[in-house]
Design a protein around this ligand. Structure first.
Ligand code: AMP
Ligand code: MG
Length: 473
């Protein structure tokens, strides 16, 4: 049984209270973090630390972001929410292993893996190093790709033993976002029939994060904005080939941020039915289902908000989601092909290309990237040959602007499961964290060519083709 270490005295960084506290006690529980044993800093996102104005000595930094020392004299809190998990409503979930420790420059700071909370249910409040490395690297990869996501500030390792399918070391990822509010926060108060607190949460969210909205019909406008941000996030996921894996409503950010990285995966061989989470037997969260799932999730949010929003406005908001998703996705896809001004036939050109990629089991990222030089590529089938000709008729590959558009719309690097796995193996087996640093830097700028980084562009070697990622984290 792990010893509960009391929080040490505070490191006062800035007199800036955590806004979430103003919501009141029904929204959270104060907790005491349980620091890991023999903490050490694995990686720090210096650019973000500078942006936030976090200026601490190495010791202080580790002490705060390992949960040993309170930040800004704030008692850490874990928030309560509900959620639809794989289609079924769970009336109470909550931050079972994460807590907000403060706020800096308007950004909430959250530790994941710092111990049990009143919402841990059967869990141990911990996160293993393996999944923490994946979350850390993927969050940064998303930022590099221009996809809205929670940020990461640091990754702390330890010798604490965490029990999963086997014993693994525990870790803490510090996440940063303007807000970590989820659809599930609204569902929680709605399902309890607590209209007053539901309205309080709505006003809090709008006042702090959607302050540009007018005062007339603000709840409907808010729903529209959430629909829009969600649509843009999903369109980006689909264009880059990202699969979240656990799109439960408790993992849906009200700010349209990619949130809670678990068994996610970037598609390698193109397959619209790609299911990255091998425990998702029915493929509920398969890659090509994501746009519909987000719509379904928005409907659940709409159910929760229905006392405050007219049915017609909800319908309009959901339609707005669909239109924005399609419009954003279409534009992102056209850009990947170097197409600046759309034509009616583009849709067919794009869907034929996807079909060829599927038939030939081509790598999604690398095949797109090769479009800039496709006139020099040896066709892999008759269909491929015909398509290349049609594409070269449509797109002028000798125009540098076209080439620039292709290169700036297609990443050279994504976080492949096996590259993450290599970083994990090095960290777990050899206590070598260089691979994490290297990947972090490359993924921060995935559209640039990094010298000596060819190996990160390669498709999975044979040993890694059968890597499976589960919910266990
Ligand atoms: P997830 O599927 O990871 O989004 O988690 C669903 C719920 O389970 C959330 O309320 C999490 O906080 C909680 N949870 C997941 N893993 C743990 C853990 N090891 N200890 C406590 N709670 C957990
Ligand atoms: Mg979650």
């Amino acid at each position: 049984m792990e010893k509960r270490t009391p929080n040490k005295s505070t490191i006062s960084l800035e007199k800036n209270s955590l806004k979430f506290l103003s919501l009141g006690k029904e929204f959270y529980s104060k907790i005491k973090t349980q620091p890991l044993e023999n903490n050490f800093l694995i990686h720090q996102n210096k650019e973000l630390a500078d942006k936030l104005g976090i200026d601490l000595s190495a010791d202080e930094f580790l002490s705060v972001f390992s949960g040993e020392t309170k930040y800004d004299n704030v008692d850490p809190i874990s928030t309560v929410y509900a959620g639809h998990q794989f289609g079924y409503f769970v009336p109470q979930l909550g931050d079972g292993r994460s807590c907000l420790i403060g706020e800096k420059n308007g950004y909430e700071i959250s530790l994941k893996g710092a111990g049990m909370t009143p919402y841990s249910r059967a869990g141990d409040g911990r996160a293993v190093l393996r999944s923490s490395i994946r979350e850390y690297l993927c969050s940064q990869a998303m930022k590099g790709l221009g996809i809205a996501s929670t940020d990461v500030l640091s990754l702390v390792g330890s010798t604490t033993e965490v029990y999963r399918e086997k014993i693994e070391p525990g870790a803490i990822v510090t996440r940063v976002a303007k807000s970590h509010i989820r659809f599930g926060h609204f569902e929680y108060f709605s399902s309890k029939g607590d209209k007053a607190n539901l309205e309080k949460l709505l006003n809090f969210t709008i006042d702090h994060y959607f302050s540009e909205l007018g005062s007339d019909n603000r709840y409907s406008e808010f729903f529209n904005q959430v629909a829009k941000l969600t649509a843009e996030m999903i369109a980006h996921w689909q264009a880059v080939g990202f699969s979240h894996g656990v799109m439960n409503t408790d993992n849906m950010s009200i700010l349209g941020l990619t949130l809670d990285y678990g068994p996610f995966g970037f598609m390698e061989e193109y397959d619209p039915n790609f299911v990255c989470n091998h425990t998702d037997h029915q493929g509920r969260y398969a890659f090509d289902q994501q746009p519909n799932v987000a719509l379904w999730n928005l409907m659940r949010l709409a159910d929760a908000l229905s006392p405050f929003i007219k049915t017609q406005d909800i319908k309009n908001g959901l339609e707005f989601y669909e239109k924005t998703m399609i419009k954003t996705y279409s534009k992102l896809m056209r850009n990947k092909f170097g197409i600046d001004s759309p034509e009616d036939t583009d849709k067919d050109l794009i869907s034929q290309f996807l079909k060829i990629m599927f038939d030939l089991k081509l790598d999604y990222t690398n095949t797109f990237l090769s479009l800039a030089k496709i006139d020099k590529v040896n066709p892999k089938s008759k269909e491929h040959e015909i398509w290349i000709k049609e594409y070269c008729d449509r797109v002028n590959l000798s125009n540098p602007e076209v080439i620039d558009l292709i290169n700036s719309s297609n990443p050279k690097y994504i976080l492949r499961n096996y590259t993450a796995e290599v970083a994990i193996r090095e960290a777990e087996d050899n206590h070598n964290y260089n691979e994490i640093s290297q990947l972090f830097d490359i993924l921060s700028k995935p559209f640039e060519l990094h010298s000596g980084a060819e190996k990160y562009q390669k498709e999975a070697p044979l040993w890694a083709r059968s890597l499976q990622v589960s919910c266990s984290s």
